[in-house]
Design a protein. Sequence first.
Length: 332
Amino acid sequence: MNLQAQTFMYDGIEGQLSEAQRAEIENAQGYVEKAEKSIKSAEAIEAKYEDLMKSNKNSKRKKWEKKGWEAKKYRIDSEIKFAKGYAMTVAVYSELIESGEFYSTTDQKSAADLNAEAFSLMENSDKKLSTLKKSVNSKSDLQKTKYKQIMGDIDAVHKLMEDALEKQFTAINLLLKQADKKLYDQKDNLAWEEAKDVNTIESYQDYLSNFGAGKYVAQARQKMKDLQKAIDDAKTNEVATTTTFNGYTFKVQIAASRTPLAYSSIKRRYAEVDKVERQKVGKYYKYRVGSFNSYEEAAAFKQKLSAKGAFIVVFDKSNNQVEVTDEMKGGK
C-alpha cells in the first residue's frame, strides 16, 4: 500500500483561520510527512523480501511473516502518525464550524450534524487503531499477525478518518457559501417588492425568470393566476374598458427595446401609469399603456404622459395591430 499525502487545508478557508489554527494545520501536515517516511521504510523491507512476500508457497509466506515484522511495524507506525494529523485537523475545523457565522439556520444545523458525524467516525477509527497500537512494539505479536490482516485493518482505519474529514469539508463548504446566500436573499427580497409594486403578470414573470429558486416563487405564481383570472373575468363580463368603438382598441406606445426593460424603472419614469403592457414583436419588446374606445380618448391620455416620442396604436378584435386611419382619428 502506498498512501498519498493528505492535504488538510481546505481551499478558500485559510483566511478564516486564526494564526494558531493555521499553525496547527501545518503541524498536522508535518505528521503526514513523517507517516510517509515510515511507509518508505516499510516499502524498503518489502522490496528486500519481495520473493517471499509475493510467493504462493506456505513455507515462503511463513518466512515472510517472521522476517517482515519490521515492515508491519513501520506500516502501523505510519498510520499512528496519520491519525495524529487527522485528529489535529478535525479539532481545528470543529472549532471553525462551531464558531462560524451562518446566515441560514438550516445550513447551520446541517454543518453541526456533519461535524458530529465526523467526530463519531474519528472515535471509531481510534478504537480500531488501538488494537494495532498494542502490537506495534511486540516483535512476537507482529510475527504472529498476518501482513494481510494488518494492511486490512490499516485501510479500515484510514478510510474512517478520510470520511470524517470529508464530512467536515462539506460543512465548511456550507459556511463559505453564507455570504453569497445572504446577498442572494437581499436581492430576492428587493425583486419581490418591485414585482409587487408593479403588480402585473409580466412583473411577476420577470421575478420568476431571475429568481427561480427564490422565497416567493409560489406567491408569484399565485399572483399571476389571480391577475389572469381577473383579466379573463373582465373579458367574459364585457367590461366597458375592454369594449371598443367600432371594434377597435386604442393604446399608447411609450417605449420599445431589443432587451426587456425593468418594470420598476418604467414605473419610476412614468409615475402616472398604473399598468404597463409588454409584447414582443419580432426582435423588439414594445411597451404600451391604456385601453380606450376611441382615438380621442387615447390622444387625451397621451397628452398627460411625460413620455417623449409616445404614439397611439390600434388593435382589431383579434388583437392584431392595424394602421391608424383618418376615420379613426375623426372618431367616426
